[in-house]
Design a protein around this ligand. Structure first.
Ligand SMILES: Nc1ncnc2c1ncn2[C@@H]1O[C@H](COP(=O)(O)OP(=O)(O)O)[C@@H](O)[C@H]1O
Ligand SMILES: [Mg+2]
Length: 244
């Protein structure tokens, strides 16, 4: 199995709090990977370190065999990794279409020239909105959209850069059941088209139904990894979650 995103002995502490405690992890190329674990086990910190949002204190990150440890977020994005945020980042007073366009790197264009964006980019933004089922909201301000719709909007913005690997931080958090099903189907469809996913998610039904490979964190390091069938019955995992 080829891995894509790998870390070796990744470490990060915030003051006296150890968020990542020597995490050595490999996610699989072309698969839907999940990263699960109790609250505070370091999942978001892991995403922040591998996407360059924060610098790890130690350890290494490689993406498709390339050392990306400590590289800037825009550099890592250029290598093909895109991500969403646990607390959804959209511009509340911009329309859905404007939000998706704003997510595209403008390549040094002056702000005043951004309005002169090529028609093709607008078409591409509209097609992602359509693909995610929110094209009818293209002209609505993000603040008037539901939480789940805003999460889809954020994902549309990420997909505008055509990332080979998509990291999703709690895509189902606070999302209603109908949208949740759609997110699951979308992830599988986008994966079938060749995109690798790494998904941090608490909804175990969703995780177990869409993942090929699961890594379980506890206290800043992996305690188990494998397919859903193995993870479901792993005693260390049950212990970490249920205090067994
Ligand atoms: N910016 C920060 N400053 C201080 N502590 C942080 C910061 N980010 C995360 N932490 C702490 O690091 C630990 C791991 O947090 P986090 O990575 O958000 O876990 P998870 O996403 O698994 O819930 C927690 O104890 C959290 O309080
Ligand atoms: Mg988190």
């Amino acid at each position: 199995m080829t891995s894509t995103l790998e870390t070796t002995d990744l470490r990060k502490a915030f003051g006296g709090v150890t968020a990542l405690d020597g995490a050595t992890v490999a996610f699989q190329h072309g698969k839907v990977n999940a990263l699960i674990g109790p609250n505070g086990s370091g999942k978001t910190t892991f995403f922040n370190c591998v996407t360059g949002m924060i610098k790890p204190d130690g350890g290494a990150v490689t993406y498709d065999g390339r050392d990306i440890t400590g590289k800037a977020p825009h550099t890592i994005a250029r290598h093909g990794m895109g991500r969403t945020f646990q607390l959804c980042r959209t511009f509340p007073r911009m329309t859905a279409l404007e939000n998706v366009l704003a997510a595209v790197p403008v390549g040094g264009l002056l702000p005043g020239l951004r309005g002169a964006r090529r028609r093709s980019e607008i078409d591409r933004a509209m097609s992602w909105l359509t693909r995610l089922g929110i094209e009818h909201l293209a002209g609505s301000e993000a603040r008037d959209m539901s939480w789940g719709q805003q999460k889809l909007l954020e994902l549309a913005g990420v997909l505008m850069s055509e990332p080979a690997t998509v990291l999703l931080d709690e895509p189902a958090g606070g999302v209603n059941p109908a949208l949740l099903d759609r997110i699951g189907v979308l992830v599988r469809e986008l994966n079938a088209e060749g995109r690798t996913f790494v998904i941090v998610e608490h909804n175990m039904d969703l995780v177990m139904s869409i993942s090929d490979h699961i890594v379980v964190f506890d206290r800043g390091r992996p305690i188990a990894s494998g397919p859903p069938s193995v993870i479901r019955t792993d005693e260390k995992v049950l212990g970490a979650y249920l205090g067994v």
